[in-house]
Design a protein around this ligand. Structure first.
Ligand SMILES: [Zn+2]
Length: 340
C-alpha cells in the first residue's frame, strides 16, 4: 500500500509538471483527490488494516495528500499568472502603429482664410484686432454713426430687431462707436465679425454675412493714408499685380466716401463676363470718418480724424476662390471645403 501511495504521488507530480490548462488541472485533481480518486481509494482501503498499520499508513497518506494539495495550488497559481500575463499582452495597444480608421479631417473655411490674410496684412501695418457683440444697441449700430431715426438705411425690412432699442448688428461699423467711446486715441483697429440683415438667401445674398471693419483714428490722417492701407491688404490677398481704384460714393458715416474696385482677378483688367467687360470689380466701401460720428462718440473732431473701410469677407472669398454661390460659405459642406 505504501508503494502504491508513493507511486500515486510520483505520477501526480510528474503530470503536474506538464499541465498547461486549468481544465487539465481540474481533471487531474478529480482523478487523485476526488471522491472516486486514487488517493481516496487508498484511504478507504485502510479500514481493512490493523490499528498500528492504519496509524502509520494514515500518517503517510495525509502527508501525501497535503503535499499534493500544495503542488496543485502551486500549479493553479502558475496557470493564473500565465493567463493574466496573456490577457495584458492581448490588451496592450501600440500607440506608434498608424491608425486603421480614416478619420475625415476638417478644413478651414475660405472665410477664415481670407479673414486671416487681411488681418495679418493689417497687423503688419500696426493694427490690432477688436471685437464687439453681435446683438447690439440700435444707438451704436445707427444713431452714433450719423444714421438718424428717419434714415432710409434703418428700414425695418433690412434689420432684425430684438426690440425697439436692440438689434442684430447690420454691420461691423457698430463696433466703431464702441471703440470711439471707450478707447484712447490714436488707434488702428481691425474688427471682424458676423452681421445680419433680413435677406432671402440666394447665390449672392445671405441673412448672415461676415464683415471686417478697419478703423484708424489719429491726428493727421489723409485720404492717401486710407488708399495706401487698402492697397496694401488687397495686394496681400490677391497678389502684387492687382490694382485698386477709388470711386466717389456716399455713406452716412464717412465723408468723403468711396467705393473700392480692384482690377478683375479673372481677366486681369482686360474685360470679361465676370467684370461685365469693365475690367474692375467692386469689393468694399471706405472713407474718412464723418466728423459727426466722432463727435457723437465724445471725441473732438477738430483734433481727431478717422478713416474706415468695411470689407465683405464673403465677397472677397468668392472672388479669390472663384465661388459662385455665397451660401456655400455658410453650409459647412465638407465636400465643398475639400476642394479648396
Ligand atoms: Zn474680368
Amino acid at each position: 500500500m505504501l508503494e502504491e501511495l508513493a507511486k500515486i504521488r510520483e505520477e501526480a507530480l510528474k503530470r503536474l509538471e506538464s499541465i498547461e490548462s486549468e481544465a487539465e488541472l481540474t481533471e487531474l485533481n478529480v482523478n487523485i483527490l476526488g471522491r472516486n480518486g486514487a488517493l481516496t481509494g487508498i484511504l478507504r482501503g485502510m479500514s481493512k488494516l490493523s490499528p498500528d498499520e492504519r496509524a502509520a499508513m494514515g500518517k503517510e497518506a495525509n502527508e501525501v495528500k497535503q503535499s499534493l494539495t500544495a503542488a496543485f495550488d502551486e500549479v493553479k497559481a502558475r496557470l493564473e499568472a500565465k493567463a493574466e500575463e496573456e490577457r495584458i499582452k492581448a490588451e496592450t495597444i501600440d500607440v506608434t502603429l498608424p491608425g486603421v480608421i480614416d478619420v475625415p479631417a476638417g478644413k478651414l473655411s475660405p472665410l477664415t482664410l481670407v479673414y486671416r490674410q487681411i488681418r495679418d496684412a493689417l497687423i503688419g501695418l500696426g493694427f490690432t484686432t477688436y471685437e464687439g457683440p453681435e446683438i447690439e444697441l440700435d444707438d451704436n449700430n445707427f444713431t452714433k454713426l450719423n444714421l438718424p431715426l428717419n434714415h432710409p438705411s434703418r428700414d425695418m425690412q433690412d434689420t432684425f430687431y430684438v426690440d425697439d432699442k436692440v438689434l442684430l448688428r447690420t454691420h461691423t461699423s457698430a463696433c466703431e462707436a464702441r471703440a470711439l467711446m471707450t478707447l484712447e486715441p490714436p488707434f488702428r483697429l481691425v474688427i471682424p465679425g458676423r452681421c445680419f440683415r433680413v435677406d432671402e438667401p440666394d447665390a449672392s445674398h445671405s441673412p448672415i454675412f461676415m464683415q471686417m471693419e478697419g478703423l484708424v483714428v489719429d491726428r493727421n490722417l489723409t485720404f492717401a493714408d486710407l488708399k495706401g492701407t487698402i492697397d496694401t491688404f488687397v495686394k496681400a490677398v490677391f497678389g502684387e499685380s492687382v490694382k485698386t481704384r477709388l470711386r466717389p460714393s456716399y455713406f452716412p458715416f464717412t465723408e468723403p466716401s468711396a467705393e473700392v474696385d480692384i482690377s478683375c482677378t479673372i481677366c486681369g483688367g482686360r474685360g470679361c463676363s465676370s467684370c461685365k467687360g469693365t475690367g474692375w470689380m467692386e469689393i468694399m466701401g471706405c472713407g474718412m470718418t464723418n466728423p459727426h460720428e466722432i463727435e457723437n462718440c465724445g471725441l473732438d473732431p477738430q483734433e481727431w480724424k478717422g478713416m474706415a473701410f468695411g470689407v465683405g469677407v464673403d465677397r472677397v472669398a468668392c472672388l479669390k476662390y472663384g465661388i459662385n454661390d455665397i451660401r456655400l460659405l455658410y453650409e459647412g459642406d465638407a465636400r465643398f471645403l475639400r476642394q479648396l
